[in-house]
Design a protein around this ligand. Structure first.
Ligand SMILES: [Cu+2]
Length: 197
């Protein structure tokens, strides 16, 4: 009995470690007021840490645009850095408050597994590494083939939902984060497509 509990615990620990191993660091260099950020668009998975390093000699910031305002680095002097784990799929424009012409975007991908299957396959559409924190919700759009994006899930707090296609073809998904108190939204995440046969 005790042995089987130990085995279950060990298995759970492995699962947790496997989940953590997927989180990565996305490095962005703050080059200068004129050159701005060295990746204008930097992409990662939800749960990844975006890491800005000020490689200039003067003060800069990496500040997520209002009204969502998900993070602000505060003033970073030369050589210092700032980290922000972004747990939600979406597109997050940010800027330097000292030099407002310095802009960039952090993009966080939506995940769908598996990437192909048949009618009747249950797909998992994951939009975040955590359930939506208080005051936030997720929204997912989907489209079939080259059709138009249409609302699919609105105001959900679950980090993952299932999709059981009733028709074959290519299905695409994208999601964003919404702050329920003021209606502020991130931009849409990069789209992810699956093939259903
Ligand atoms: Cu700056």
């Amino acid at each position: 009995m005790r042995r089987s509990i130990a085995l279950v615990l060990a298995g759970s620990l492995l699962l947790v470690m496997a989940g953590q191993a997927q989180a990565a660091t996305v490095n962005i260099s703050i080059v200068s007021a004129s050159a701005g950020f060295d990746s204008k668009v930097a992409a990662g998975a939800f749960g990844d840490t975006f890491h800005w390093t000020n490689n200039d000699t003067i003060m800069h910031t990496a500040t997520q645009n209002a009204p969502l305002s998900l993070w602000s680095s505060g003033h970073l002097s030369g050589g210092s850095s700032f980290s922000k784990a972004i747990n939600f799929a979406g597109s997050y424009p940010y800027h330097c408050t000292v030099h407002t012409s310095m802009t960039g975007t952090a993009k966080v991908r939506i995940q769908v597994t598996p990437l192909s299957g048949s009618v009747g396959t249950t797909f998992a559409v994951a939009v975040a590494s955590v359930a939506a924190p208080s005051g936030f919700a997720y929204e997912i759009q989907r489209k079939k083939g080259s059709g138009n994006w249409a609302a699919w899930k609105i105001g959900i707090t679950s980090k993952s939902v299932t999709f059981k296609p009733k028709a074959s073809g290519t299905w695409s998904f994208r999601s964003h984060l919404r702050k329920t108190s003021n209606g502020a939204k991130s931009g849409w995440s990069p789209a992810r497509s699956i093939s259903v046969t």
